[in-house]
Design a protein around this ligand. Structure first.
Ligand code: ARG
Length: 588
């Protein structure tokens, strides 16, 4: 089914054509003067230039053709040539009834579904998740869900960092503490223990300790570099230890991402791309793209039109080691081989933009990707504290994600029990859901590329443009519907009638924007479009609610219509927040 606005456009375009003009001038948009009309068409102005006629004359001709059309309640031509439109209530009601009976809420799926890989999360093994990883997880998860809803085949890949110096550091620290372990005995030929020699909490303490020591102790650092190289070259004991680090760490990451409602289809790692590197390097040399420069192997990628310097892409360091860039290039090869994606979207801190410019250019230049494959960098801004600097703990350290989340849950719990008398266990569960909405909505309601201030008081407020406000609105609807059902009422689709008041019509019009909000969010990989849409919808719902007696309405048909409208609003809101990656409780 077509989206609402295009139905209207279609009519006006046909009228332009009947009057002898090109149809394209009849495109209709949302009104920017909601006090005057709901939709408007500005095409007569451009049309006038082409046909050398006064715009108002054209607008009047078109309006005359459309007068009496049952879609419009009012259509008029105004100076200098605008066409102002109000849609008819019955047409609107009809559309919503159909939307309600369509299992996909009248959102059309993509005509040509694409295979899209979303590279997000990007946690580094054995390092605790911190708030820097939060944005990638939140935005990426939403981009994935939106793409899927629109019918694309979307694959989410966490792309763990498991191959760099951090692994060498951990191995070195374990060796210092437990030198007797068989992993470090080069003569050892037996099987290694199946149990890891550390727990997750030990592991989380090991990495920062090792990292700090390497900054003061050069010999230690050298040993860690050495251990990294040995691991990468496949030394058996190191590989076995690395596998333990992965197992312990991934189990913990799964739990943490799970608490955030973030699920990856693939748990691929940087190391998975390593087998592709030798052939890739050979091909780049053979085809004349890569050359030696001061011992390093590089590919030039600067372009004449560059306004800022784009350094050459380094493929191998002078000691022959692969780099972050090398891994990302090899990952593209692997993804092409395994999934042949139409597009790869990288949801990564925007400070890594240059890295991705280099990777994308190098991949295109050396033919790693097909020409039509999209490579998209969705760079996000920093999450700052109220002081405008990157978010830190009160003590000034890096904030661990778990602590941040539990702080917010605590705050929500406090608010919930302060407001009502509720069972403590239920309040704890509700607090979890509401806290997640606060974090995710607080993030997603901003355009991803912008920095934003993490403001606990604002994000957890039940008023204003916040996650808790949206949940509150959903819960309000659920409670009315429950009361209605408790009194024997049945919630049925297809019973929505033409609106009886302005606030009702406003709510109905807001609902019709669902399909276009989603299409736009998907095309632009922009979850904030959905937030903007649901915020307006929630406002319109609350306005309608305050002005309307719903359960005490005496006209049975009208009451059914109200209930249907509420239920559709609930469904649209719940579907939307699911695409943002959170859900609503039954009560709060
Ligand atoms: N692990 C990286 C980091 O913490 C992010 C990985 C992003 N994805 C990628 N394909 N490079 O900075």
């Amino acid at each position: 089914m077509k989206n609402f606005q295009s139905f209207i456009s279609q009519e006006v375009m046909a009228a332009f054509e009947t009057c002898g003009y090109e149809a394209q001038y009849g495109k209709v948009g949302l009104s920017n003067r909601p006090d005057l009309c709901e939709y408007q068409c500005n095409g007569a102005m451009a049309c006038a230039k082409k046909y050398k006629k006064a715009p108002l004359v054209i607008a009047e001709e078109v309006v005359e053709k459309l007068t009496g059309n049952p879609i419009f309640e009012e259509i008029s031509a105004v100076r200098p040539g605008f066409i102002n439109i109000r849609v008819s209530g019955s047409f609107l009601a009809n559309y919503l009834c159909q939307m309600q009976q369509d299992e996909h809420l009248s959102v059309e799926k993509a005509e040509q579904p694409k295979t899209i890989i979303v590279d997000y999360g990007g946690a580094n093994v054995a390092k605790p998740l911190h708030v820097g990883h939060l944005r990638s997880a939140i935005i990426g998860e939403s981009v994935k869900r939106i793409g899927r809803f629109l019918g694309h085949n979307v694959i989410g890949d966490v792309h763990l960092g498991d191959w760099g110096l951090q692994m060498g550091l951990i191995i070195t620290e374990v060796k210092t503490r437990q030198p007797e372990l068989p992993y470090f005995d080069e003569q050892y030929e037996g099987e290694y223990p199946s149990e890891a020699p550390f727990t997750i909490s030990e592991l989380e303490e090991i990495y920062p300790a090792a990292s700090a020591r390497s900054k003061e102790d050069e010999a230690y650092r050298q040993e860690a570099l050495d251990a990294t190289a040995k691991l990468q070259n496949g030394v058996r004991g190191y590989r076995a230890l690395w596998q333990h680090i992965l197992d312990v760490s991934i189990a913990d990451l799964k739990k943490n991402y799970g608490n955030l409602n973030v699920e990856f289809d693939l748990w691929k790692k940087e190391s998975d791309a390593q087998p592709y590197i030798p052939d890739m390097v050979e091909a780049m040399k053979r085809d004349g793209y890569a050359y030696m420069d001061q011992g390093a192997l590089i590919v030039d990628i600067a372009e004449e039109t560059d306004t800022k310097e784009v350094p050459p892409c380094m493929i191998l360091k002078s000691d022959g080691a692969a780099l972050y860039t090398t891994t990302d290039l090899a990952t593209i090869i692997e993804r092409r081989k395994l999934f042949d994606p139409d597009e790869i979207i990288y949801v990564v801190d925007k400070r890594q933009e240059m890295h991705f410019i280099q990777v994308f250019r190098c991949a295109r230049k050396t033919g790693l990707v097909k020409e039509e494959t999209g490579l998209k960098f969705l760079g996000f801004g920093t999450m700052n504290g109220k002081d405008g600097k990157p978010f830190k703990t009160r003590e000034g350290g890096v904030m661990r994600l778990e602590y941040l989340i539990s702080d917010i849950q605590q705050e929500m719990f406090r608010k919930i029990i302060e407001n009502h008398e509720v069972d403590e266990a239920e309040a704890r569960e509700t607090a979890k859901l509401v806290a997640l909405s606060a974090i995710k909505y607080g993030d997603l309601s901003n355009q991803a590329s912008k920095d934003y201030v993490f403001d606990l008081d604002k994000f957890t407020s039940f008023e204003g443009n916040t996650g808790p406000y949206i949940l509150y609105t959903i819960v309000r609807i659920k409670s009315i519907l429950n009361k209605y059902r408790a009194n024997g009422g049945k919630v049925e689709p297809g019973r929505i009638q033409a609106p009886a008041s302005d606030s009702e019509k406003q709510l109905m019009l807001a609902l019709t924007n669902f399909a276009s909000a989603l299409t736009q969010a998907c095309e632009e990989s922009a979850p904030h479009r959905i937030c903007a849409f649901i915020y307006e919808l929630a406002n319109d719902l609350n306005h309608f609610y305050h002005e309307t007696k719903i359960l005490t309405e005496e006209d049975a048909g009208r009451k059914k219509s109200y209930i249907g409208l509420l239920d559709l609003t609930r469904e649209v809101l719940e579907t939307s927040i699911d695409l943002l990656g959170f859900s609503a409780p039954e009560r709060m």
